[in-house]
Unconditional design. Structure first.
Length: 331
């Protein structure tokens, strides 16, 4: 069966300590690329295919933006961020998603992403108190789906089949991924939200994200500037991607199953995959790799680490932490 790199190819990227004992270890692969696409650092096997999950959203959002532009239409900055977001489902997020659907003349019933609860606990609790249930609008990918539907409407493409691989929009997305990563996709699967998702290497992923965030004009520049100006919209207040964007100016995007991409203000870009699928150390590892590459200052990263939920508790007292391993900090 085809798959990503094996455990024997992975390198320990982080570990969890409890009362002086290493309780868990997170192994994976990672790559750091310069703005020109040259590899600065390689850990594990970043040439192996991975499924980037939501780290592909910037590519999907760009294909949507180009499809809209071809019809003389563009999204607002906030709508652009929601088209590439894994949002927390706060009322503020839902207003923007609904505004995209309104422009398309559609209702949330047109969304084909699964029904879900908001990721934000306060928003979820409010829905429960109100007697409401799960809905596709609350699902963290609903902004992407709304934008896809809008592109279909303005181009006269069918909306009922917008998630099928043969659909004109999905073919544009596939071409965008291969163009920006410089790779042919090695496999195609179905993402958790129901959309096609394509396997590429971490090297290709990092180069593609670097090309997007380093662009000086066009839709890629607009998307990058929109995200950096509205960090709350791509994730949620207090959540890891939002913190890295707002506090460090780092274009940060998580993907399920332990995938993370980060692009520093100077264009240096990290892509990583935790082999066990856990994201709890991904932001720490990504930021540490950017520090080791000289793209971020350690003091600036140290300032935000307390907000990234890295402390381990025994009862109510701190007894350990999630820490990067030597393979990450070694030069």
């Amino acid at each position: 069966m085809r798959g990503t790199f094996e455990a024997s190819e992975a390198v320990e990227l982080a570990h969890l300590t409890r009362s002086g004992f290493i309780e868990s270890r997170h192994s994976g692969s990672a790559v750091v690329v310069h703005p020109d696409g040259l590899i600065s650092r390689s850990v594990g096997n970043p040439d192996a295919p991975i499924i980037p999950r939501s780290c592909l959203k910037p590519f999907q959002a760009l294909a949507v933006a180009e499809a809209l532009a071809g019809a003389g239409v563009e999204l607002t900055p906030l709508q652009t961020v929601l088209s590439t977001a894994s949002h927390a489902g706060t009322p503020e997020h839902l207003v923007v998603v609904q505004s995209i659907l309104d422009r398309a003349g559609l209702t949330p019933d047109a969304l084909q992403c699964p029904h879900d609860w908001p990721g934000d606990s306060g928003s979820r609790d409010a829905l429960v108190r109100a007697g409401s249930g799960r809905a596709s609008l609350y699902m963290n990918c609903s902004g992407k789906h709304a934008a896809m539907l809008f592109a279909c409407v303005v181009n006269g493409w069918p909306t009922a089949s917008y998630l099928e691989l043969a659909h004109p929009l999905q073919q544009r997305i596939l071409s965008m991924i291969e163009l920006l990563t410089g790779e042919s996709v090695s496999a195609t699967a179905v993402d958790g939200c129901g959309a096609p998702v394509h396997a590429i290497s971490l090297v290709g992923l990092a180069r593609g994200i670097s090309r997007i965030t380093s662009s000086t004009d066009g839709a890629a520049r607009f998307l990058t500037d929109s995200v950096l100006a509205n960090g709350w919209a791509i994730d949620g207040p207090g959540r890891a991607n939002t913190v890295c964007i707002d506090e460090l100016g780092v274009f940060s995007k998580l993907g399920a199953e332990g995938v993370m991409v980060m692009a520093a203000p100077d264009g240096t870009t990290v892509a990583l995959k935790m082999l066990d699928g856990s994201l709890r150390a991904a932001s720490l590892v990504g930021l540490s790799l950017l520090v080791s590459a000289g793209a971020l200052a350690q003091a600036d990263v140290d300032r935000v680490l307390p907000t990234l939920d890295l402390t381990i508790y025994g009862g109510t007292e701190p007894v350990g932490a999630i820490q990067v391993s030597s393979a990450v900090v070694a030069l």
